[in-house]
Design a protein around this ligand. Structure first.
Ligand code: KG4
Ligand code: ZN
Length: 334
């Protein structure tokens, strides 16, 4: 079945559009919102305003670079949730207006399912069933994926997401938002065994990251008491040790999940999967355990519309469309 779909992502602070033709992603246009940097985190009101400023240009660029006219489109896809309400509403309203004007169907996509389905953009693709560690600024989940939309969360954080732990630790160190990529950069020059941090062990396959934030704060307070220049003098070692600690927490649960389910097809997704330490450690562990690993290209790790387009393609094949009454107010089914 011939299909040309435009997908829009606007759940947080990236305005993104992508065109997918017959299951092949043609582009992935992303406008990143620099406005949040000076506030040390995403400011929801500023995010939705920036989406409004960017969305027309981003959609135009996606259509133009794919050489697709609006009249060529068969459906418009958008992120319905989870995400920031004001941000989601911009993408949803834009998608509804376009679909209504063009008299074509709408496809709603769950952002977290899309992170998992990003693995179907490029080869090699995972074989069902597989396990996906989805790690972002808002989520930390181990997902058992039986089919494109048959996913079960078998483990998740009970408090903060791991991306939040990266970003908050960076903030405590005085680094700008988002701190995750900066910790990654400093960590590459440091000694990961310089400092040790306590681990909160949760039952089953669940995670907890709120304790590490407090432990990290007290650790720095004590060290700075002894040496006021402690952070400036030891930044790479601090970042490397903290990063190793967070990675170990993630990988120990993934090992347990693989042992419990007997599944050795292992994938990672979400913004934190861009972390070079996590990618390296996962490859080493995978080699040891005989896992078949799927690590996405960097541009498909953080928020992007290509993953929304991929999920939309699977929904288009099933004829799974939504009506104009669709709203981010109701929780998007997983
Ligand atoms: O998936 P994503 O773009 O947005 C959400 O849906 O949350 O993830 C953003 C998160 C932020 O916490 C950011 O600091 C983190 O991903 N992140 C990283 C790296 N790149 C992005 N964390 C650690 N190392 C990185 N290289
Ligand atoms: Zn995301």
């Amino acid at each position: 079945m011939h299909s040309v779909i435009l997908a829009i992502e606007s759940s947080c602070d990236e305005t993104s559009a992508s065109v997918i033709v017959n299951g092949k992603v043609l582009n992935n246009i992303i406008a990143t919102q620099a406005v949040h940097q000076k506030y040390g985190g995403v400011v929801p009101e500023l995010a939705s305003r920036a989406h409004q400023q960017n969305i027309v240009a981003v959609v135009h660029e996606a259509l133009a670079s794919a050489d697709v006219k609006t009249t060529d489109l068969h459906a418009i896809a958008f992120t319905r949730g989870p995400g920031l309400m004001g941000s989601l509403l911009v993408g949803i309203s834009f998608a509804k207006g376009m679909a209504l004007g063009l008299k074509i169907p709408l496809i709603e996509v769950n952002h977290m399912q899309a992170h998992v389905l990003a693995h179907f953009i490029d080869d090699p693709k995972p074989v069902f069933p597989f396990l996906c560690l989805t790690v972002s600024g808002g989520h930390t989940q181990i997902v058992l994926v039986n089919a494109p939309f048959e996913m079960e969360v078998i483990g998740q954080t009970q408090d903060d997401a791991v991306g939040e732990a990266f970003d908050k630790a960076a903030k405590i160190l005085g680094l700008p938002y988002p701190g995750g990529p900066l910790i990654d950069r400093y960590a590459s020059q440091g000694n990961e065994r310089a400092y040790k941090f306590p681990e909160t062990v949760m039952p089953g396959l669940d995670f907890s990251f709120s304790g590490i934030k407090t432990a990290f704060m007290y650790f720095l307070r004590d060290e700075k008491f002894k040496n006021p220049d402690f952070v400036e003098q030891n930044l790479p070692d601090i970042c490397a040790s903290l990063q190793r600690h967070l990675i170990q927490m993630l990988l120990s649960r993934m090992t347990k999940a693989s042992e419990q389910t007997g599944i050795k097809e292992i994938a990672i997704a979400g913004g934190v999967s861009a972390n070079s330490g996590l990618r390296k450690e996962l490859i080493a562990l995978g080699n040891k355990k005989g896992w078949n690993l799927f690590i996405p290209a960097f541009e498909y790790c953080t928020d992007n519309a290509a993953m929304i387009a991929m999920a939309a393609h699977f929904k288009f094949l099933k004829g799974d469309f939504c009506g104009l009454e669709t709203s981010p107010l109701a929780r998007m089914p997983f």
